[in-house]
Design a protein around this ligand. Sequence first.
Ligand code: BTN
Length: 272
Amino acid sequence: MEHDMPNVSNVQGLLKTRELGRTMVFEACIDSTNRLAKVLAADGRPHGTTIVADSQTAGRGRLDHRWSSPAGKNLYVSILLKPKASSESFPQIPLLCALALRRTLAELAPQMPMGIKWPNDLQTRETRRKLSGILCEGVFFNQGEHGVVAGIGINVNATESDFPVELRTYATSMKMETGTFFSRSLVLAEFLGHFEKVLDAWEASNPPSLEQFSSEWRDADLLYGRQIAIDQDGRHQEGRAVGIDAKGHLLLEDASGSISIIHAGDAHIVRR
Ligand code: BTN
């Protein structure tokens, strides 16, 4: 079991989805699954097509960071989404993806309490180590329809020495947190199931909004009530994080009690 390279038959044998993962592409080594996903969208692959790699040579993260992608340990996955909702609501998808991932981890590793650092980092609740990253990008399908590629990296069985030295105090994995080996096929199949359910519920709301997930988000929110700093396009703002709005924007309260709506950026806790 220590070498459970996911493949189409073992993941699809575990799948409970209607669409996500019903078309799958596996690569032993690729530059970036998000890059391949964009090529496959232009080539007309359907909604839900899922690209999985055992390793990446140029895994990409948010804000131009690299994503450490060693072979044989973790999940590197990109999912093609052609939402029925209008493209204005697409910025909510990374937050939905984070919620689905948190549900997956709560089910498979309940002994490992996880939170979300807005907009979509999955971190351990106590030690604030990062277990997963999400990079959603706009994509065009062959008919010119606009969609999203949801790229997800999950540190499943990595051990400390698998991470570059500079990430060792900051990153973690399911195995490092629990001492248990996890089947990557099972983690992927369960995640696709949760993601499809969350997306279905979101699309059923009109207009699509995160309102129905507000108490779940509040429970997951690692920034709530904290004094934070946020950098966005060269602008630095500080204040108290007081949750998100229905569109997934961060709400930041300044000393006078007025609230700013933050659309994107990298948040840091300055005081707990
Ligand atoms: C982050 O910066 O936290 C986001 C990391 C996203 C990494 C995943 S791994 C699969 C997919 N392919 C990529 O090149 N990046 C995403």
